[in-house]
Design a protein around this ligand. Structure first.
Ligand code: HH2
Length: 256
């Protein structure tokens, strides 16, 4: 999954794709490099990101989403807002990627009444407070129980099993130790029976470990993606598609 943020303030690619033609070109490049789906976001969810109104979020997306869809590019919409999900589904996207696990009022209904895939992600708190001393008795148990419950609610609402993806939400209300623990034990999340999506690309936990700034976290991101796939991840959400794809090609060659 290649990341495309149409925002002024995303932590890695903020401000780079506000121009529609640059955004479309970036999506095409990522597809050429081996991405299977492009995850388009109009609101940053980095720690302390300011909230964005529905109007502003849709204004950022409205010219990009239909063009990507009309080009036949598989698109995922990265949003927490029911209205944006509904509009994106009407415009033909293939997936709803919600860091709020469809908790916004009406979001589950939008998913259920569509045929799109959904990614249910765990987070503790919201961008404005999620990194203020997050605390867990057992992070894997808590994340796993939450994802199982949200998946169950989705199934009951009418989202078919084959449309559900789960994500432990690296960096969303987790310390470095919580993130490492989750990555170490990722295999256990696959036992819930849904494909697992992992987003570690360029995140601050990689910076904490390597001391590198965002732009210099490509090697660490590739290593993290490779580890995640070895531990059972079905989808990796990344900024650096070519580097990740090359690493996964080697992994596949060795493991087949
Ligand atoms: N991480 C981010 C955004 N969306 N979706 C899923 N399913 N999993 C993730 O880990 C995830 C996500 C944050 O990364 P990014 O989009 O690069 O930055 P920003 O939130 O600043 O736009």
């Amino acid at each position: 999954m290649g990341i495309l943020n149409i925002t002024p303030d995303s932590f890695s690619d903020g401000g780079r794709y506000l121009d529609t033609s640059l955004a479309i070109a970036r999506a095409k490049t990522m597809l050429d490099e081996g991405a299977d789906i492009i995850d388009v976001g109009g609101e940053s969810t980095r720690p302390n990101a300011p909230a964005v109104s529905e109007n502003e979020e849709w204004k950022r997306l409205v010219s990009v989403l239909p063009q990507l869809v009309s080009l036949g590019i598989p698109v995922s919409i990265d949003t927490r807002k029911t209205t944006i999900m509904r509009l994106a589904v009407e415009h033909g996207v293939d997936m709803i990627n919600d860091v709020g696990a469809l908790e916004d009022a009406g979001a589950m209904d939008v998913a259920a009444s569509s045929k799109v895939a959904v990614c249910l992600m765990h987070k503790k708190g919201n961008p404005d407070n999620m990194q203020h001393n997050p605390d867990y008795a057992n992070v894997l148990d808590e994340v796993s129980t939450y994802l199982e419950r949200r998946a169950h609610i989705a199934l009951q609402a009418g989202v078919s099993r084959d449309r559900i993806v789960i994500d432990p939400g690296f960096g969303f209300g987790k310390t470095l130790d919580h993130n490492l623990d989750l990555l170490k034990k990722l295999r256990q999340l696959t036992l819930l029976g849904f494909p697992v999506l992992v987003g570690l690309s360029r995140k601050s936990m990689l910076g904490m470990l390597t001391g590198e700034i965002v732009e210099n976290r490509i090697h660490a991101s590739v290593a993290a993606a490779l580890l995640a796939v070895q531990k059972g991840a079905a989808i990796v959400r990344v900024h650096d598609v070519k580097a990740t794809k090359d690493a996964l090609t080697i992994l596949t060659a060795v493991e087949q």
